[in-house]
Design a protein. Structure first.
Ligand code: ADP
Ligand code: MG
Length: 591
């Protein structure tokens, strides 16, 4: 399709280049009336070195200032001081790219970055009307259709669709940031929906509030398409449902296990860690010997995910803790570990019995089979399973907050490790969507031992995941509370409305310097409106995002309206008390 070319021949320039610094251009506006037409976020084309080259810039600031308080003293001497210069109109704009109305033999093109520096006095034109349409046409033509990820439409031109490069968006981690209620979950849902139109997508969504259950395929939600899993809560231990997911203890590596069990303030902590580690190794070896897995035996480590007998391990710990040995004098004396493991054992036993940790320590027998881990890996890493979508929602909503980071990091690490060990030519890309990331990926200085493990895992994925086709989409309402290491690895940002100043500066700190001015409009964005920045989109711009067809369950209550219309349900309150006792939301009260 031939694209129309921007042309400014028939229009008056809005002003002229007054001064330039590396990324910004200051434009002097002669006509005071024209200034009123310019708004922050508008696009301006600065005439470049040749006739068909324009430097494209985004308006950051529009100012009208009294002109350097024109010689008041002179005015007393000479009453003919020039009056029209009383005010000075300027526009400050940030340079974002270069437009050519023809590029060799090819038609118009746009690329990021200014090819040349704007020259003083060059005419500047506001891009509007047919020129805006022509320019937007060039933007969308630049992303080949097989890569096109439609996000919504541009705020400055509702007729122009905003298309990102889908490869680039997912390739090097991305983040969706915005205050609560700004539209993050809807944005996630609409990205998943777009991905679901592809033949073999693979996105695993970590759902903290159970709000994405409506994206799952099932009779309750006609528009649903995703596969749904839920980490088994205390109520799922006796009769697990088909979607219940267990993460048995033997998946945890040494560090993860110790972060949960060890009390570092205990004098005996180093002894406990040492003994526990060697016993785990021993029990794993015994299990492998029993199954005659010689090849694994030859090379496994304490961290290898191999099922071992936890009961036997506790028994051995207890024996060590009580052991007496024959001393040199022939009399019994306390063994090496005597009394040193007592507290460790009681912490371990408390965890084993705690139903909240049931998904770890009380998982069904089937999960101890050698093949079980392979089945789980296939379930999550395969893009299509029969007729099922490669989009998976994993519901963590019933997982208690204190163990959340551990569980999430074990889940992510196991999948990442499998992806890591896969033959590179067979790997297919996977994206892990980390909703409410501030809950489990905190700033390192604020993290406790458990969260630090989660951080280690995710920071490793953030740093090297790209090489293995495993990337993150971080979603958070508190960007200032999310690990800086992870955010700074993100290459694309969808920044929705952000009201808190600390959060705004967290977002600014990961944006390129030149965009800081544009970030000033973050608190002013409408719901579902975002600034999209990064290498996936040519023009960093304000975009009205699409609404998904299958919407997440709304968590926003209309207080005033519901207080007017909706009576409370006493039975539901009673059922909730039972839920609380049983630690499961599925309770139906018998009437
Ligand atoms: N793109 C959008 N267009 C229009 N309305 C939207 C859009 N995204 C979100 N909303 C509205 O805002 C509400 C909150 O969105 P949600 O995605 O749940 O916010 P968050 O996850 O940021 O808290 C939704 O219930 C919906 O009504
Ligand atoms: Mg949300």
């Amino acid at each position: 399709m031939p694209t129309t070319v921007m042309s400014f021949e028939s229009s008056e320039p809005i002003g002229r280049v007054m001064s330039v610094d590396t990324m910004r251009v200051f434009i002097h506006v002669d006509d005071h009336e024209l200034l009123k037409k310019v708004m922050v976020g508008n696009l301006i084309a600065v005439q470049g070195a040749t006739g068909h080259q324009f430097l494209i810039s985004i308006v950051e600031r529009v100012t009208r200032l009294p002109s350097d308080s024109l010689g008041v003293s002179e005015a007393t001497d000479d009453e003919t001081v020039p009056q029209p210069e009383e005010i000075q109109d300027t526009i400050r704009a940030v340079l974002v790219g270069t437009y050519r109305s023809k590029d060799g033999d090819a038609g118009p093109s746009f690329k990021r970055g200014a090819d040349s520096c704007p020259q003083i006095d060059q005419p500047c034109h506001l891009i509007q009307g047919v020129n805006l349409t022509a320019f937007m046409g060039v933007l969308s033509q630049d992303v080949p259709s097989e890569k096109a990820l439609r996000l919504g439409h541009f705020a400055i031109d509702p007729t122009a669709q905003a298309v990102a490069d889908g490869d680039r968006f997912f390739q090097r981690h991305a983040a969706i940031l915005g205050s609560t209620g700004s539209g993050k979950s809807y944005t996630v849902a609409s990205l998943l929906e777009r991905a679901n139109t592809l033949s073999h997508p693979n996105i695993i969504l970590l759902d903290m509030h159970g709000e994405y259950a409506s994206l799952a395929k099932g009779k309750d939600y006609p528009n649903g398409y995703a596969q749904y899993f839920k980490i088994a809560g205390p109520g799922d231990l006796v009769k697990p449902k088909p979607h219940s997911l267990f993460l048995p203890y033997w998946l945890l590596n040494r560090e993860e296990m110790l972060s949960m069990l060890l009390d570092r303030s205990d004098d005996n902590a180093p002894n406990q860690a040492m003994r526990f580690t060697s016993l785990v190794l021993e029990k794993k070896r015994e299990a492998l010997e029993r199954s005659k897995l010689d090849e694994v035996l030859a090379s496994f480590t304490v961290d290898s995910p191999i099922h071992y007998d936890l009961e036997a391990l506790v028994k051995s710990l207890r024996e060590d803790d009580q052991a007496m040995v024959v001393g040199s004098s022939g009399r019994d004396k306390q063994g090496q570990w005597h009394g040193k493991l007592t507290r460790f054992i009681s912490r371990l036993e408390a965890k084993i019995k705690d139903r909240r940790y049931g998904f770890l320590f009380q998982s069904p027998k089937a999960t101890s089979a050698y093949d079980w881990l392979q089945e789980i890996a296939v379930r999550f890493l395969s893009t299509t399973k029969d007729e099922q979508s490669g989009i998976k929602v994993v519901d963590f909503s019933e997982v208690p907050a204190d163990v959340l980071p551990t569980i999430i990091s074990v889940f992510a690490r196991v999948l990442y490790d499998v992806q890591f060990w896969m033959r590179s030519e067979s790997r297919t890309p996977v994206c892990l969507v980390c909703d409410e990331a501030h809950l489990y990926l905190p700033v390192r200085s604020d993290a406790d031992a458990v969260s630090r493990r989660a951080l280690d895992t995710f920071e490793r994925i953030a740093k090297e995941g790209r090489k293995y086709g495993f990337t993150l989409l971080v979603v958070s309402q508190r960007p200032s509370d999310v690990s800086k290491t992870i955010l700074s690895q993100c290459n694309n940002f969808i920044a929705l409305r952000l009201t808190n100043e600390q959060d705004q500066s967290a977002v600014k700190s990961v944006m390129p310097d030149s965009m800081a001015g544009i970030a000033d409009i973050l608190p002013l964005l409408d719901i579902g409106e975002a600034i999209v920045l990064g290498d996936s989109i040519l023009l960093p711009s304000r975009i009205k995002l699409d609404k998904p067809t299958a919407t997440p369950l709304s968590l926003t209550k209309n207080f005033w309206r519901e207080w007017t219309e909706k009576r409370s349900d006493s039975d539901a309150i009673r059922a909730a008390v039972e839920n609380l006792r049983r630690q499961s939301k599925g309770t139906e009260l018998k009437k």
